[in-house]
Design a protein around this ligand. Structure first.
Ligand code: GUN
Length: 310
């Protein structure tokens, strides 16, 4: 008889609201000392998904009292123009955080842009100096998505020490920094990527699976052992009805969303795999809101650090 499971949904929206409320109190205290955390967001072009992400970030700033400004730059902006703009923001003392929303258009050299951000204002934690600090275990704040995942573990008292964590995806933004944060918590970490040969085998040995590859329903139910903890970082938009039916079934709420909007969201993990887990993060409403809550906290920390170094 198959074992019956009762997976716990790790609600990122709820936790992000709680952290945002605490951040609001923190900003109130800072404002009384004439410190107003200030975030500048740069959005290049008209990518609809990026627009939504940036909107959600600035909404969270509004909720907490963080001053923010969104700079919309044209799709065809040059490297030089973008670099000059970042240098201007670097030189403004009142600006505590600079976030360049990714991805950037193909003419832009992403690495050069990230390198140009003053590391003390790099609230995304993507500058190589900040990555180096993280590698050394001396980071001032955590990169947003991995930091948000760590906050989920902490909130639910999920122990990490000695756990086998398998991360799928080796990106600079999620996979690599997440592996370092988990190691800092004494977890044993395996990173899988596009050239890894035996992903299902490795996943079967995992206590915790973190999927961050951007492929809808990549992790199939038979890759997952009973009671694994699943952290699903993927946010994939599916606009093919056949795929929606295949993944979610014809009666699922996602099907209704698809019929209303012509698409729906799907994580990197197949929904049937969640049913075998002990805990899982849903998509949407899991890791996504926690990325934003971490950005808010990072901006507050950056404001404090910059005040103290004046
Ligand atoms: N695009 C998708 N996620 C992120 C993020 O965390 N930071 C930035 N800057 N861009 C993103």
């Amino acid at each position: 008889m198959p074992q019956k499971n009762n997976p716990v949904k790790l609600d990122g929206t709820l936790l992000a609201e709680k952290l945002t409320e605490a951040a609001k109190n923190e900003v109130e205290k800072l404002r009384k000392k004439n410190i107003v955390p200030h975030l500048e967001v740069i959005l290049v072009g008209n990518d609809p998904a990026s627009r939504i992400y940036v909107n959600n970030k600035t909404k969270a700033c509004d909720k907490t009292g963080i001053f923010h400004n969104t700079n919309l730059l044209p799709e065809n902006v040059s490297n030089e123009e973008l670099l000059k703009f970042i240098q201007e923001l670097n030189s403004k003392k009142e600006v505590n955080g600079i976030l360049v929303q990714l991805p950037l258009p193909p003419q832009i050299k992403k690495d050069k842009i990230i390198d140009a951000i003053d590391p003390i204002k790099d609230v995304d934690g993507l500058h190589p100096y900040n990555m180096g600090l993280l590698m050394a275990g001396r980071q001032q704040w955590n990169p947003c998505t991995p930091g948000g995942i760590l906050s989920i573990f902490k909130e639910h008292s999920i122990p990490l020490e000695g756990k086998n964590c398998v991360i799928i995806g080796r990106s600079d933004i999620v996979g690599k920094p997440l592996s370092l944060l988990l190691m800092q918590q004494n977890a044993t970490v395996t990173i899988c990527h596009s050239k890894t040969k035996n992903i299902p085998e490795l996943l079967k040995k995992a206590d915790i699976v973190c999927a961050a590859i951007g492929k809808a329903a990549f992790v199939k139910p038979d890759f997952i052992e009973q009671n694994t903890i699943i952290i699903d970082v993927g946010v994939n938009r599916i606009s093919e009805e056949k795929l929606v039916d295949e993944i979610f079934g014809k009666e699922a709420p996602q099907k209704e969303t698809f019929q209303k909007r012509g698409s729906c969201l799907c994580g990197d993990v197949h929904p049937q795999a969640y049913t075998k887990s002990s805990y899982y993060t849903p998509v949407p409403g899991g890791v996504g809101p926690m990325t934003i809550a971490t950005l808010i906290n990072n901006t507050i920390t950056a404001a404090k650090v910059q005040k103290n170094s004046q």
